[in-house]
Design a protein around this ligand. Structure first.
Ligand code: SF4
Ligand code: SF4
Length: 276
């Protein structure tokens, strides 16, 4: 069972939901795939077991063999290669490491070198097996690192994925293959706007989903109205609560600050199981 936690925009409480859910359901694993800004570890506080570098194979061109035919730049879907007069320019930051250019080079002038894009850390906190990716500063492309984090996960274990915010490639890489996705939002015009985009994304991906409304007692009723109209279940409402906000600012999960929330998150999990 893979449950991803996503949101159309940042700052809605996605990590709060992912971490508290993981801490409330017994043995499970939490993958923090928000690799540009991972912060689940602040709440989970895992004991680090191991780490490893994650890299991508990127092309290098042998000028002595190259005939400057341009086939490599034609095949590259990501504009990571350009042949300009007697020069092959490689833009490593754009390369997805697909290997197409080296396979198609007619004179074997391309070989591959590894380029580090980030680091993966694996740890344990009580019943929670924890993995997160840390993207290298100045790196532009997070999907390969997200993919590496997911590949490192234990199979056949209940898995919670803390996805990056938004609706672009990194989110799709994080949520695809999920059995269920929870969209976290807030009752504001921005929250609704980004929720609509996230709903469209999940419908295209054909992933079942529901909504959790954070800071549910501020803002307006538009998100409720939208969910009712679209027949989208709202599985939980988390009110604005000063004590919870203070706990959050100190890196203390809800379920530790207010243990009665543990049952609510366990109920949320059981509802998801029923829906799947
Ligand atoms: S495909 Fe090979 S030979 Fe042609 S430009 Fe690229 S590296 Fe050079
Ligand atoms: S490995 Fe793939 S993405 Fe990278 S330069 Fe070659 S064709 Fe482009």
């Amino acid at each position: 069972m893979i449950i991803s936690i996503a949101s159309g925009k940042g700052g809605t409480g996605k990590t709060t939901l992912a971490t508290n859910l993981a801490l409330s359901i017994g043995k499970c694993q939490l993958l923090d795939c928000d690799v540009e800004e991972p912060n689940s570890h602040i709440f989970i506080k895992p004991r680090l077991i191991r780490s490893r570098s994650v890299s991508l194979p990127v092309p290098k061109v042998d000028d002595k063999k190259c005939t400057y035919c341009g086939k490599c730049s034609e095949v590259c879907q990501f504009s990571a290669l350009a042949v300009i007069r007697k020069n092959v320019l490689v833009f490593q930051e754009l390369c997805h490491g697909c290997g197409a250019c080296s396979i198609l080079c007619p004179v074997d002038a391309i070989w591959e070198v590894e380029r580090e894009i980030g680091v993966m850390e694996i740890g344990q906190a009580g019943d929670v097996h924890f993995i997160h990716g840390l993207m290298r500063i100045s790196e532009a492309m997070s999907p390969p690192l997200i993919k590496a984090v997911k590949n490192e996960a234990e199979k056949d274990m209940v898995t919670i994925i803390d996805a990056p915010p938004g609706t672009s490639c990194p989110v799709i890489e994080a949520v695809k293959d999920s059995d269920f996705c929870v969209l976290v939002t807030e009752p504001t015009p921005f929250g609704l706007n980004d929720l609509v985009l996230a709903v469209e994304m999940l419908r295209i991906l054909e992933i079942p989903f529901a909504v959790v409304l954070n800071r549910s007692d501020v803002g307006d009723d538009k998100v409720d109205e939208y969910c009712e109209k679209e027949d989208i279940p709202i599985l939980m409402k988390i009110p604005m609560d000063r004590e919870l906000a203070e706990a959050y600012s100190e890196g203390i999960p809800f379920v530790e600050a207010k243990p009665e929330w543990k049952e609510k998150f366990a109920d949320l999990y059981n509802n998801i199981i029923r829906m799947v």
